[in-house]
Write a protein that binds this ligand. Structure first.
Ligand code: KG4
Ligand code: ZN
Length: 395
């Protein structure tokens, strides 16, 4: 089964083709045929986060060039559409008038010969961004007569490990940590998931990015915060600030990072005030006025707090679960320290740890294709179905 997948839930426009075989099997093998990602992160940096209308505009602008790249070396044929088909697809593309003609012309010249299904992220994510992918996917499904389904982005993060290995002990627990999500999910089997708990406020990556912002580190600041934390950890110094560990002892699977974030903010403000009082020339003390040593310490103390929370929640989860594997998804697992402590956790508990390759931990279309495969087994794909973007879609 060959799948064309489109992902536009946040600030990455991603399209991929994945081959899934065998078709009806507990352990399908997925082969990445081609994959493209265009990240808008730099464009959003000046807004300090992802700006939905900008994301929408960029997705719509990039969709056809990326499709062109994806189909460049694939077998395609030239087709022509009837007047009725053009009218119908103009209706589908109503909200993207500037892309309409280009897409129709592209579709006429590039009908892929061997795509069995189109899949597209339906949610969760930013609704204006999701709509772009859904609309273009519907137009292609209609013009090329290829059945399609909508896919849950979080299922994509869970199954993203299957891009590199097809054998993994089930049941598993998935910990998804990204800029938009912090969730613990029980994976009874592929396609069968139970959300055990999630963050009540900020996502983990969001907390990293907010702390970064307080320290004047540009968005997305997670990697820089963790780099600074590592420098302190490697120097062997203890954490200077005792930040709160929210919900550490709550006997549930929920997270909350907003109290921790506020505590970091108050600490920074107090330090700035102290500086201003000490030195009249610093009466407008900014985060830059804090020494690098202090800023590194804040990053380190923050990371120590979130590490403890994650470990405690995972311990609670595995204490009451028969799961044999731990799957981690989402951009925050690029964090080397978290990788180290989670590997240690898995070893102590004698469970398998599965982390996708870096290119599959952040948003990508390969994971959407894989999730699409399981969705196709559960649902009835059809031509250009009325899929509604669902910003809060749950598993
Ligand atoms: O999954 P992802 O690429 O995008 C979505 O949020 O969907 O995750 C990006 C998030 C950002 O918040 C970024 O700051 C964070 O992952 N991140 C990190 C690290 N690398 C990326 N957070 C902590 N440590 C890192 N090394
Ligand atoms: Zn994601």
């Amino acid at each position: 089964m060959r799948i064309l997948a489109i992902e536009t839930s946040c600030d990455e426009t991603a399209i991929a083709i994945v081959e899934a075989e065998p078709e009806e099997n507990e352990k399908p093998v997925f082969t990445e045929v081609v994959t493209f990602i265009n990240s808008q992160a730099e464009l959003h940096a000046e807004f300090g986060g992802v700006f939905p209308q900008l994301a929408k505009r960029e997705h719509s602008k990039n969709m056809i060039p990326i499709l062109g790249n994806v189909l460049k070396d694939q077998e395609t044929e030239i087709v022509s559409f009837s007047k009725e088909q053009i009218v119908e697809v103009e209706n589908i593309l109503e909200r993207y008038p500037d892309q309409k003609d280009a897409l129709i012309a592209f579709a006429e010249e590039h009908k892929p010969s061997d795509i069995d299904y189109i899949v597209v992220t339906q949610g969760p994510g930013l609704a204006p961004a999701l709509w772009v992918g859904i609309t273009f996917a519907r137009a292609l499904s209609y013009l090329w007569n290829i059945p399609m389904v909508g896919v849950n982005h979080m299922e994509g993060h869970i199954v993203s490990v299957l891009a590199k290995e097809n054998s993994l002990a089930l049941p598993a627990v998935a910990l998804l940590i990204s800029g938009g999500h912090t969730q613990i999910i029980e994976v009874e089997n592929w396609g069968h998931y139970t959300l055990l708990g999630e963050t009540l406020d900020d996502a983990l990556g969001e907390a990293y990015d907010k702390v970064a912002r307080m320290l004047d580190i540009p968005y997305p600041g997670g990697p820089e915060v963790s780099k600074r934390a590592r420098a302190v950890r490697e120097s062997g110094v203890d954490a200077k600030f005792d930040f709160p560990r929210p919900m550490l002892h709550s006997k549930d699977y929920s997270f909350s990072f907003s109290g921790l974030k506020t505590s970091v903010l108050y600490t920074i403000q107090a330090l700035q005030k102290e500086l201003a009082e000490k030195n009249v020339s610093h009466n407008e003390a900014t985060p830059q006025a804090l020494s690098n040593e202090i800023r590194d310490q804040i990053c380190f103390s923050f990371e120590e707090a979130i590490t403890e929370v994650l470990l405690k929640k995972l311990a609670f989860t595995f204490d009451s679960s028969s799961a044999k594997s731990l799957i981690i998804g989402g951009g925050v697992i690029a964090n080397q320290h978290l990788r180290t402590i989670l590997a240690k956790f898995a070893e102590e508990r004698n469970i398998e740890l599965h982390i996708p390759d870096l290119e599959h931990t952040t948003d990508n279309a390969v994971m959407i294709a894989i999730a699409g495969y399981f969705t196709i087994l559960r649902e009835d794909p059809s031509i250009a179905p009325e899929i509604i973007a669902n910003g809060n879609m749950s598993l």
